[in-house]
Design a protein around this ligand. Structure first.
Ligand code: TTJ
Length: 650
């Protein structure tokens, strides 16, 4: 055999072997999709988009792509377009196949080309484009490169045609279009525009200068949003603080690199008491924090104390400000990019790389130190805010010690208004927070008293924005909520003591109901965050229509984007000749009797509930700031933009 023939034979053998591996790999993905994308629910469906988009972000981070476009097509398929260099199309020695084919057909092949730089794909979930391919009924890729347009198509991950040139071009880039497989995504195959837009905006904040857009082509009128922030995470801090009063205008910003790890921090203080620290590693939101946050916190506390002592704002033998003190009113975004990030924690959203502590600490310490030296008036304001926080903390601690015995937050003092359940099993127990006495009454008689408890609350609960701890604790509605939950308060908060693993907010489907829900979510977000993080918080979804034949209710219709279509369809279904069903519209919980309330909203067998994520609550918190915060202007703009809501008494 000639040398050349030997080579060819070897290529062919390796090709066969790799094809078998490809099919086995795809099969494994389709057998256990959850193992590769977390779940096959709505979350998993949207995950497919991020797996693809991450590749384009990598190309942008490498400095070769500047514009990414995402389209939701009419048929709920997705197209992602970038203007990068295009996925390589050259034949690989090892497989004998074009690189692009390997990207889409071999597990874990993503991000192997080029090398160097940071990759967001291959990070937390980065299982690669081949997984998306395996879970799509159809996927096609177009690579614009070398003056040509290359094309390949796949069905459920299996190659339809060899890579071929279909056109000429003078641009470069990659376009991927895929249709999720309904056999895999059995819960839903509908993409959620707002959900995609929110993450895309976040990606734009985290990657300064990147232009990224999303277009929804499903409706007659296209919906389109484009995000592009030259300020990057500085713009993110501005966005978070949009409706808050700040103590200095431009966020403090630093951008540095040490040992191949890039660190960016942007921070600003508001006049409020609330702390928002958002951290990211390779564009992944590290909800559980980690070494980058740790480095940041340590540096913040040390640098501010050093400055305060050096400048005699704090006396030599005064106590140092605590971490909590210097973080009061702080909004900060920390973003690190690491060539090899380690994710830990329950939800794998905690950065574990230990060297990142000192790197973040050093880079941020230097920058903050310099800022304080160069901006003495702002430095003074920051230190004074910390001193005030420290005084309040010490006073609150004293007050707590005095009143601890009669604080009334012990379970032995369960609030009188609470109709508790009989079971002692927190895992199955549910606490309904119901607005108004009349709905509270129906809920009490309609519930299953074995595991459902009812806590009626009245009217608008306290505005927690400006209230101090002692005021919050003095508010009866808030006290009864904390007491009923059994979790304690402030420094003594303990989610493990929760008496219910479902905290269900049940308010009217009107503007007042929405307002009270916002207030409650804000309260929970700020003072019961671990309950949110544990996934214990839900919003009940009462129906908006009932379809009646005679006096019998045949069907309930839940609120939703398609509620009118569903209603019309149901009317059709229950029409018999000329006799049409009657439609009852429910404006509030109060319009339902106890039996109806149970059937439609409380009975676990029938009800719809929305689980509240920390992000949802953060959103409520933002709206809340706008409605209740110090700044009047955005509030007026909001009311003008939402004229129907003008009955709100804010
Ligand atoms: C890698 O290094 C050599 C030049 O090309 C680089 C690359 O692969 N760039 C790239 C990949 N840009 N865009 C992609 C990409 C885009 C989408 C929409 C989907 C996928 C899987 C990759």
């Amino acid at each position: 055999m000639t040398e050349e023939n030997k080579d060819l034979k070897q290529v062919a053998q390796e090709y066969d072997a790799s094809q078998i591996q490809v099919l086995e790999g795809l099969e494994a993905v389709r057998m256990r999709p959850g193992m590769y994308i977390g779940s096959t629910s709505k979350e998993g469906l949207h995950h497919l988009v991020w797996e693809i988009v991450d590749n384009s972000i990598d190309e942008a981070l490498a400095g070769f792509a500047s514009h990414i476009q995402v389209f939701i097509e009419k048929d709920n398929s997705i197209t992602v377009i970038d203007d990068g260099r295009g996925i390589p199309v050259d034949i690989q020695k090892k497989t004998g196949r074009p690189a692009v084919e390997t990207v889409f057909t071999v597990l874990h092949a993503g991000g192997k080309f080029g090398g160097g730089g940071y990759k967001v794909s291959g990070g937390l979930h980065g299982v690669g484009s081949s997984v998306v391919n395996a879970l799509s009924t159809q996927l096609d890729v177009r690579v614009y490169k070398n003056g040509k347009v290359y094309f390949q198509e796949y069905r459920r991950g299996v190659v339809v045609n060899d890579l071929k040139v279909i056109d000429e071009t003078d641009i470069t880039g990659t376009t991927v279009h895929f249709t999720p497989d309904p056999d895999i995504f059995t819960e839903t195959i509908e993409f959620d525009f707002d959900k995609l837009a929110k993450r895309i905006q976040e990606l734009a904040f985290l990657n300064k200068g990147l232009k990224i857009s999303i277009t929804d082509k499903r409706k007659d009128k296209e919906q389109n949003k484009e995000y592009h922030y030259e300020g990057g995470i500085v713009s993110y801090v501005d966005f978070i603080n949009e409706n808050k009063e700040v103590i200095f205008e431009n966020p403090i910003y630093t951008d540095g690199e040490l040992e191949g790890i890039a660190v960016e921090v942007a921070m600003q203080y508001t006049t409020g008491y609330h702390e928002i620290i958002m951290s990211f590693a390779n564009n992944i939101h590290t909800h559980e924090g980690g070494t980058h946050e740790q480095g940041f916190r340590t540096a913040l506390t040390r640098v501010i104390n050093d400055y305060a002592k050096k400048n005699k704002i704090l006396k030599e033998n005064d106590d140092n400000l605590s971490g909590e003190d210097v973080r009061e009113g702080l909004t900060a975004v920390i973003s690190v990019k690491h060539p090899n990030p380690q994710f830990e924690g329950q939800t794998k959203t905690k950065l574990g790389n230990s060297e990142v502590v000192k790197i973040t600490n050093r880079l941020f310490s230097e920058a903050l130190n310099r800022f304080l030296l160069e901006n003495p008036p702002i430095a003074k304001k920051i230190v004074e805010k910390g001193i005030l926080a420290s005084k309040a903390r010490i006073a609150a601690k004293r007050a707590r010690e005095v009143t601890r015995k009669k604080s009334g937050l012990e379970i032995s003092n369960l609030p009188g208004k609470l109709a508790d359940c009989s079971s002692n099993d927190p895992i199955q127990n549910e606490l309904f927070i119901v607005e108004g006495d009349s709905a509270g009454g129906s809920a009490k008689s309609g519930r299953n008293r074995e595991f459902q408890a009812i806590l009626p609350i009245r009217g608008k609960i306290l505005n927690v924005e400006k209230a101090t701890m002692d005021k919050i604790l003095a508010n009866e509605e808030i006290r009864s909520l904390f007491t009923a939950m059994g979790t304690g308060f402030g420094a003594d908060f303990n989610v493990a003591k929760a008496r219910y693993h479902k905290l269900i907010i049940m308010t009217d489907a009107d503007v007042d109901g929405a307002h009270i829900r916002t207030l409650l979510l804000t309260l929970i977000y700020r003072f019961m965050r671990p309950v949110l993080e544990a996934g214990y918080v839900y919003i009940a979804q009462p129906p908006i229509y009932g379809i009646k034949l005679g006096s019998e209710i045949k069907e309930y219709i839940q609120p939703g984007n398609d509620q009118e279509e569903v209603l019309q369809e149901a009317i059709q279904r229950y029409s018999q000749g000329r006799s049409k069903p009657t439609v009852q519209r429910y404006k509030g919980l109060g319009e339902m009797d106890d039996h109806q309330l149970w059937e439609t909203t409380m009975n676990p067998a029938n009800r719809l509930m929305a689980k509240v994520s920390v992000d949802d609550a953060a959103e409520a918190d933002k709206i809340f700031d706008m409605l209740m915060g110090d700044r009047v202007e955005p509030r007026r703009e909001f009311i003008e933009a939402n004229a129907v809501y003008s009955t709100l008494d804010i």
